[in-house]
Write a protein that binds this ligand. Sequence first.
Ligand SMILES: *Cc1c(COP(=O)(O)O)cnc(C)c1O
Length: 462
Amino acid sequence: MRYVSTRGQAPELSFEDVVLAGLASDGGLYVPKTIPTFSMAEIAAMGSLNYADLAYKIIAPFTGGEIAPDALKKIIDDSYAQFRHSAVAPLKQLDAHTFVLELFHGPTLAFKDFALQFLGRLLDHILQKRGQKAVIVGATSGDTGSAAIAGCRARSNMSIFILHPKGRVSDVQRKQMTTVLDSNVHNIAVEGTFDDCQDIVKTLFNDKNFRAETPITAVNSINWARILAQVVYYFYSALALGAPAKAVSFCVPTGNFGDIYAGYIAKRMGLPINQLIIATNRNDILSRCVATGTYGMNGVSPTISPSMDIQISSNFERLLFDLHDRDGGGINRMMNNFREAKSLTLSPLVHSRLKAEFAAASANDDETKNTIAETFAATGELLDPHTAVGLCAAHKARADNTTPLVLLATAHPAKFPDAVTAASGVHPALPAHLADLFSREERLDELPCDATAIKKFIQGRG
Ligand SMILES: *Cc1c(COP(=O)(O)O)cnc(C)c1O
């Protein structure tokens, strides 16, 4: 199995090299040269598998045999053993044809655990095999940091440094990061904003001298292994609802386009999917693109679903690559123009291909709050604000009310207690395994907003 860059200028790589590389050297994203497919009979035979066994079946063909079967099986088993529900990704029924896929039973209560529990163990295995060590560095506004820490803690070949803006992440988010006391985990509270944190991380990654001494790596959302891990729950939930004999639809609260792109890959692998609905909040670059054919930046507005507050969706480039018949040179020119112009317009052919693959709708904060309140009144279920954006968009964009629709619940309501309480009048409780979160010991270092100070800190501990 070989991987190619969406911009066509970087070398083809194997699976392990793609996992280690993250971004391609030409600025593109790696995708498999060919997508493995399953026949209807093969998919039907998967119906009896538990989550981890199904994950193995789906992930193995993408590794090109580079990870020994026993090792891959153990990485996957250990990753999903961390989840607190025996079904790992349980489905809950909201009404006759609408189901919520609960992706929040992992260690940090958000779907990113599915990818980062796997990626942390996979990276550690590859590093061990090669006799290498890695220093993971990242900035977080709250959400990704905790999932990355939970995936990398206690891994023997990695240390992780996560920068967050001091006093500007919620208490739950900070505690989820700073109460992880493993010696390879370093939380840095920076005297500044999230943008300052991101700028420092960029400075570090652009500093050749620093990188020559300290080999830093990112675990960001463009890593192929993260997408791969997310393909599994599309198969899992569809099988539970009668696939492959019956097609289902999915609606996905979307930011960087990683999660819903995994659904598109599931479809390419042979899973019968009726609609794939992109749900966006006010930051609706993707919904506008599906509607108009123009992909244009509009700035970021803060919303009550902050993990979807994005300016552009990095993984969208992977889809554009396919929609342009995998013309890497063309995508390279297109993305370079986009960087200058902050906008690109699809050809009528490509726009029609996009609309054939995806529907889209968006929800503003008021609609999101109403959806939380109405769903609670009708079903007794508390949705987190991201999932509520998804349900509101599903109502707007679903083609019919009889095809089963799976709404991806990307976070537990207790992760966003203020928005949920304001909308529903009910305070969402943390699940039992985190009930004592606020009495746990915290460890963090406070550092000035200064790249040199942070470099020194990392060199002293990496
Ligand atoms: C990251 C995140 C999203 C967006 O997922 P993408 O893969 O970036 O589209 C949605 N909801 C929650 C809760 C998230 O943490």
